[in-house]
Design a binder for this molecule. Structure first.
Ligand code: F6R
Length: 627
């Protein structure tokens, strides 16, 4: 959470910083600020609220400085007020710092600084950093050395960028467990929390690693470890099209990303399905190319999946597939819980972290702790880590033995849509690969599932073409007085009920809960009356009749019933449901990737009609890099 950006070069820094912050605003948006070096002074401008407030303030001044840092904030320590916005300055205001992360020992450092007579201007943890650097500067031969000494005093996970009016031709950055990339242009250099901020200027990127510090000057970049030793690293050129990060005529990123889903699934299929694999030829190689090595899959007896939020929902679909298709006992845990109450160690376990951003602090910490606690055990207990992520260059990719890159392209809307579908696709590929290796289902069933997967892109297109208007119309009914929603589903579609409820909560601020349909009568049914709509995910298959009966029980309590079901079932289902969101005919096993689409659209339209900030809902951030 929080986005940082820095620039040194030949152009006006403020414009580049603001453009970069715009692209990082998804990481936090409750206040923002920039600091530039001008005529040997720091010029720091901050504003509470969204970035346009800062932009407005900056428009009133002319600033030609060619070096600066910027920050967009998601408050952790201290309310979202201007005085808590970054950058933070030292006592004589000659040095400015932006930070993404948390300085865990800031209280101890703060009281030490206060006892030296330093006055604090904010309640943030970050403000200790400029003061400490400033103290070390007095006895250091360079800004770099002072920053190194200051970092040795900091505990926690952080990425920082620093400018100093007394060293006006250098920008120092450092990374410890929070993302930070460097961008290399022609006579200009950038740093940012995410590559999206620098893509309009350069595609030559270097991921700073944990424990590294870099000195950016107009002439180049030097990288050191925290001990001060120089390191040689090579940047790489990304194959990334900046157009991906534009809205392309859609009113919101979320809507654009919903409409990108057919293309995302096509890319996943093209990338991972082996086109030469034909069930009837009895091939001895896997139907999917996900590159799992034998050390990850041989003797596999157990899978544990760790994730947060929407990724946790994708993991639940994954559990269903890994158990029903691959026959491997699978557990799913919230990463934030697992890291403090890990499960007993089971041998021959594959641990999977699911995270679109690849930067979620809890998920990374859970995987790291899993690696650490198994490190000294005999080989069959050793950690085998696999990441399902949309960011192949992210932190999680660096700590795992292997990744499944979900290939969804960058997702900007804070509410995950296309990355969820891509994660679920990742689990189809994984479960088919393992099913093939472990011979848990026949090749002809594998062939059938693959055939079903091949139809998904056109089936999502059908949903988008046939349902959009109807769902928008329906959404109007829930924008004024509806305060609660219930979602129900069973089996492989229970996680879709959870996902439908989460999407609605996140962007429309309507309270929503999801239950396995059979659980309603054990308590939640008491909530129902004619003011609480119930959405039932009723896809034909093993539990269809059960879900319909559970929906009837809700109807008997006057709830308005919205059904997600297939077009062929619609006539029959019309007896049960007041409103129907229909999807094409589909094998139950594949149905989650279709049934989720109308739910994404329903929550999108409810929020859009309410005039809410769909892409940047209150209190949320796209990349949750703090615990
Ligand atoms: C929901 C949403 C969040 C994320 C969660 C995990 O729409 O976006 O619930 O799913 O913060 O994020 P990642 O997948 O980046 O680990």
């Amino acid at each position: 959470m929080c986005g940082i950006v820095g620039y040194i070069g030949t152009q006006a820094a403020t414009d580049i910083l603001i453009a970069g912050l715009e692209r990082l605003e998804y990481r936090g948006y409750d206040s923002a600020g920039v600091a530039t070096v001008e005529a040997d002074k720091i010029n720091c401008v901050k504003a509470k609220g969204k970035l346009f407030n800062l932009r407005e303030k900056l428009e009133q001044t002319e600033n030609k400085s060619q070096i600066g840092i910027g920050h967009t904030r998601w408050a952790t320590h201290g309310k979202p007020e201007e005085h808590n916005a970054h950058p933070h300055l030292n006592a004589d205001m000659s040095l400015a710092v932006v930070q993404n992360g948390i300085i865990e020992n800031y209280l101890e450092l703060k009281s030490e600084l206060i006892s030296k007579g330093i006055e604090f201007r904010s309640e943030t943890d970050t403000e200790v950093i400029p003061h400490i650097i400033s103290i070390f500067l007095a006895n250091s031969s360079s800004l770099l050395e002072a920053v190194q000494k200051a970092i040795a005093r900091l505990e926690g996970a952080f990425a920082i960028a620093i400018v100093d009016a007394n060293n006006p031709f250098e920008l120092i950055v450092a990374r410890q467990q929070a993302p930070l990339i460097l961008g290399f242009g022609q006579g200009e250099f950038f740093c940012a929390s995410d590559i999206t901020a620098v893509l309009p200027y350069t595609r030559t990127i270097l991921n700073l690693e944990n424990g590294e510090i870099a000195r950016l000057t107009p002439l180049g970049v030097e990288i050191y470890n925290f001990a001060g030793e120089r390191i040689s690293r090579f940047p790489r050129t990304l194959d990334w099209n900046p157009v991906q990060t534009e809205k392309q005529g859609f009113r919101h990123y979320m809507l654009k990303e919903i409409y990108e889903q057919p293309a995302v699934v096509r890319t996943c299929l093209d990338t991972y399905i082996n086109p030469n694999w034909h069930a009837d030829e009895n091939p001895d190689y896997s139907p999917v190319n996900i590159g799992l090595t034998p050390n990850l899959t041989d003797d596999l007896k157990h899978i544990q999946i760790l994730a947060c939020g929407t990724s946790w929902h994708a993991a639940l679909v994954g559990k269903y597939l890994l158990e029903q298709v691959s026959g491997i006992p699978t557990t799913v845990d919230y990463a934030s819980e697992f890291r403090y109450s890990p499960k007993p160690i089971i041998p021959n376990t594959l641990t999977i972290g699911v995270t679109q951003s690849g930067e979620t602090a809890d998920t990374i910490a859970a995987l790291e702790s899993e690696r650490a606690r198994r490190a000294d055990l005999e080989p069959k207990f050793q950690a085998k880590l696999l990441a399902v992520t949309n960011r192949a260059e992210s932190s999680i990719a660096q700590i795992c033995d292997r990744i499944i890159d979900t290939q969804a392209g960058i997702e900007i809307g804070v509410a995950a849509t296309k990355t969820f579908v891509a994660q679920v696709m990742g689990f189809y590929f994984l479960s088919l690969d393992l099913a093939f290796r472990q011979k848990t289902i026949s090749n002809s069933r594998i062939g059938e599932i693959i055939e079903g997967l091949r139809h998904i892109p056109s089936q999502i297109e059908t949903i988008l073409d046939t349902q959009a208007e109807y769902i928008e119309e329906l959404a109007h009914d829930f924008t004024a007085e509806t305060e609660d929603f219930i979602f129900i589903g069973r089996g492989i579609n229970f996680p879709i009920a959870l996902e439908g409820a989460l999407k609605l909560k996140e962007i429309s601020y309507i309270h929503a809960e999801a239950y396995p349909a059979g659980e309603m009568k054990h308590g939640p049914i008491a909530l129902l009356d004619n003011k609480v709509p119930v959405v039932a995910v009723a896809m034909p298959g093993s539990v269809y009749d059960k879900v319909i009966s559970n929906a009837q029980e809700a109807k008997a309590r006057d709830a308005r019933l919205i059904g997600v079901t297939t077009a062929m079932n619609a006539t029959e289902a019309a007896h049960t449901f007041d409103d129907m969101l229909t999807v094409p005919e589909v094998d139950e096993l594949i149905s989650p990737v279709l049934s989720v689409i109308p739910l994404q659209m329903l929550s999108y339209h409810i929020a859009a009609i309410k005039g809410l900030d769909v892409d940047q809902p209150r209190n949320l951030a796209k990349s949750v890099t703090v615990e």
